[in-house]
Design a protein around this ligand. Sequence first.
Ligand SMILES: *Cc1c(COP(=O)(O)O)cnc(C)c1O
Length: 389
Amino acid sequence: MRETMSATILTIDLDRVVQNYNYFKTEVQREATKKAERSAAGHAWYSSGEPAEVAAVLKADGYGLGAEQIGKALANAGCGTFFVAHGFEGVALRSALPDAVIYVFHGAMAGEEALFKEHGLIPVVNSEAQLKHYAEFAAQQDYNVLALHVDTGMNRLGLKRDEFQKLCAAPEILEGLDVRLILSHLACADVENDPKNQLQLAEFDELMQARPSQLKSVPLSLANSAGVLLGPSYHYDLSRVGIGLYGGNPFSDRGNPFSPVVKLETEILKITRLEAGETVSYGSTWQAERPSVIATIGVGYADGFIRAGGLNGVVVVGGKKAPIVGRVTMDLMMVDVTDLVPDGVSEGDMVELLGDKVTVEHLADRAGTIGYEILTALGSRYQRRYIGG
Ligand SMILES: *Cc1c(COP(=O)(O)O)cnc(C)c1O
């Protein structure tokens, strides 16, 4: 008896994740000499010429692909530091990775601090108020590790320039605290030549040169995936990489150096033969110009295959591309397989919606969005399979 389960399979290739991780490692190692030169020239690095550590960002359940599985594969490959967004994500990750360093980007919400202590999570402190609260907690509870986020122009989280300068002028609040990392986040790293990158780099350097003695030996972090590839000036001591690990392109204006990690496949549910002039799906937006063979597949926008991704979209059937026709519906979409006949396309044949031929970026471009959103939207109605790792 076949158990009833989704005919749609999402395969996540953990070896490819590790390969992408190693790409980052090679990049920071290759550039370490240049980094050392810059350090010698008086820039803000505290470590001279050590390659930056490559930490993995596993927020949003590892960009939708499984934080636990990806975290374990990366830990086996030598990754020791991880970032999540929420405290609860950190708690979940801790049971999978008992020995890892886990930072929580949003910091500890009021009342959550004890949980951070219990699970050994490190909050990223993002505001003066968070710093004050955490210092009070640390004084009472004998748990005092944190990271400090400094805002250099993203204007999302972190101490603004004047707030950081205030802290530098009156650093007593840091006395009982153990600051493990100072980080900032780039707003425009996806566009290599955006002048904002240089501005943020200069701002970070300037603020870090002026930091008080308590913070002089704290490691620094600025780069996300795209930031690492901007060059050694951006590497500092630790990089926080996400999208590249998952095979997405960190850049909006150049090619993707990373290998695809996901494959999404499903079965053809039904073949329908149309005469010229007949239409397909809601709104009858697509009309057959010739006698056509249409395959219906059981993936729709409720599975995270966003509706706009159907426009000019293609899937791969038997190694050949076939266009998506008509509107993507909640649970189903239709594909024109006329040109694949007579080799034979039958009900039950597999169709690839995402993979090496149709990449996450390709789908994102069509849908007017970014790879990050395609990945994190991938739904829960699939059978998930992990290979490698
Ligand atoms: C999500 C995030 C990252 C990772 O960014 P990618 O572009 O996916 O590499 C790094 N740092 C911060 C603060 C983030 O929020």
